[in-house]
Write a protein that binds this ligand. Structure first.
Ligand code: IDP
Ligand code: MG
Length: 139
C-alpha cells in the first residue's frame, strides 16, 4: 500500500549543512518528497509535537533541542513508507544503528539523532496534519 509518513530533519543536520545529504539517502531509497518546508519551531510547538513523551526524563532536553535551530519537515511517500522510513532512519541510539542508515551515517548521539519518522499510521496522520495543510501536499 502506498503510504505517507512524516519526517523531520533535526537541528544537528541543518546546523551542519547536511540536509541535502540526508535527502539524497531518502530519495535514493525510493521515497518521494511530496511536501517539504524549513521552519524554526518554538519551544511550545516542540513540546506539543512531542507530548507523547511528556513524562519521560529526556522530554525537556528533547524539546529544547528540536527548537534550537531550524528543522526541515517533510512528507515522504512510498509503498510501506512508515516502516521503511523507520528502517532507513536506524535505531534511536546511533550506536545501535545498522550501517547504511541515516542515524549511523549522521547522528551525533541519542539526543542529536538527525531524523524523526512517524511510528504508526495513526501517528503519521496526526503528525502530517500538525505541520501541513492539504494544499501544501503535491504528490
Ligand atoms: P524515535 O525518534 O526513534 O522514534 P522515540 O522513542 O520516539 O525515538 O524518542 C523520541 C526522541 O527522544 C528520540 O529520537 C531521541 O532523540 C530522544 N530519546 C529517546 N530515548 C532517549 C533516551 O533514553 N535518552 C535521551 N534521549 C532519548
Ligand atoms: Mg518516535
Amino acid at each position: 500500500m502506498i503510504e505517507k509518513t512524516l519526517s523531520i530533519i533535526k537541528p544537528d543536520v541543518t546546523r551542519r549543512n547536511l540536509t541535502g545529504k540526508v535527502n539524497a539517502m531518502i530519495e535514493s531509497d525510493g521515497f518521494r518528497v511530496v511536501a517539504q518546508k524549513r521552519i524554526k519551531l518554538t519551544l511550545k510547538q516542540a513540546e506539543k509535537f512531542y507530548e507523547v513523551h511528556a513524562n519521560k526524563p529526556f522530554y525537556k532536553d528533547l524539546c529544547e533541542f528540536l527548537s534550537s535551530e531550524s528543522v526541515v519537515v517533510q512528507i515522504l511517500e512510498k509503498e510501506n513508507a512508515i516502516a521503511d522510513y523507520r528502517r532507513l532512519m536506524g535505531a534511536t541510539n546511533p550506536s545501535n544503528a545498522d550501517k547504511g542508515t541515516i542515524r549511523s551515517e549522521f547522528a551525533i548521539s541519542i539526543d542529536q539523532n538527525s531524523v524523526h519518522g512517524s511510528d504508526s499510521p495513526e501517528a503519521a496522520a496526526n503528525e502530517i496534519a500538525f505541520f501541513f495543510s492539504g494544499i501544501e501536499i503535491v504528490g
